[in-house]
Design a protein around this ligand. Sequence first.
Ligand SMILES: [Zn+2]
Length: 460
Amino acid sequence: METPGHIFREYDVRGLVDEDLSDDLVRALGSAFATFMRRAAGSEVVTLALGWDVRPSSPRLRDALTEGMIAAGARVLDVGLVPTPVLYYACHRLETDGGVMITGSHNPPEYNGFKLGYRDLPLSGAEIQQVREIITTEAFVSGAGIREERPVTDEYCDMVASKVNLEREVRVVLDPANACGALFAGDLLQRVGARVDRLHDDVDGTFPSHHPDPTVDAYVVDLRRRVVEIDVEVGIGLDGDCDRIGAVDETGRLIRGDQLTAIFARDQLRRTPGVRILYDVKSSRALEEDIRAHGGVPFMWKTGHSHAKRKMKEEGIPFGGEMSGHLFFFDDYWGFDDAIFAACKLCEILSRSEMSLAAMIDSLNSYSSTPEVRIETTEERKWELVREAKEWFGERYDTVDIDGVRITFEKGWALLRASNTQPVVVLRAEGQSESDLTAIKLEIERFLSARGIAEIPWNA
Ligand SMILES: [Zn+2]
């Protein structure tokens, strides 16, 4: 059977609902995933948890996928309409061999997709290609599977509530963007002791208010306004499937993922002094410095939630975070990225602190940085450019090459990395001052213009 290559991606399977995700293809994906799992587990019987998000297309995809999984002999435990962290929790709680979450995450409603997991980790890019290969060659196993309904949402809420203790009521605005967070996140925050003002809290999978991505300025306009308007301590936004968080301080400022990671790292280091904290290559030097200042050991790693979880598990790292708003909790938790748990924890941190959220952010070192800049190129050229940058800058400066190349200048750094999902080189730079940043940008411009790239959209 033919498989459109662009939908089998580095971290998940995702595409346009009407063009890419036909019933036949999704049924085949279900059978291929079950086949892959039976091989991986070395067992005739595999148990797979299944959850789906609020998108109008999700029930159709669920039915086709379930049919495929059952035909390949899987025992499917259907946990229902849930945010992604609840599906992750179900995989642990029900001791499944793996799981699938049907979600398009933060993308517009015409998209949907599948997050596939083996045991407690996401499938790697290579494993996703193996699943695709099973479809292409129609190498499905068959069997007599079954489907059972196993809701775990109530248990999940009890579990989160048992791990969060607010010392006083914290006033918060919550914006789940009509997506999965609107199912129960507001109630859970209320239950752990927050006073919650709710924005866009009716479930509507067409996302009529704004795209469910709370790390993008354009989609936190309502949240920022509301926080200032009714004078609360924090605004919290959740992405479409609640594995990423965005936060706004009491002055209405959007907090970046690396700053949020620093706030949670301080809390982790207070409880377990001296541990390592993981963060991705896009993060500010301010995060590294703050981890050190609080007695921790900074651990820089590749961008991407599956890379982070795998590494943290291998190395026994208790907490980590990414610029993108994925926060990972391994200490007294299950090791997955959970924005609902993070929201409750953030309220707990605020309830125990003498400092307001804005004061915490202001206590971090502040540097001048560019946003993430995207340079459009070709699939082959993106790897070449990064390889050439490694060579060129490697001869002149200290570089880190765990994911693309991060160049350490005397007064700042720059990152060039090939996007995992698009023909794009991602660029970011930071300087101690605005003039340091200008000098670094110039140096990057010189390197790129010698290779035929004249225009860099620094402020795009
Ligand atoms: Zn997401």
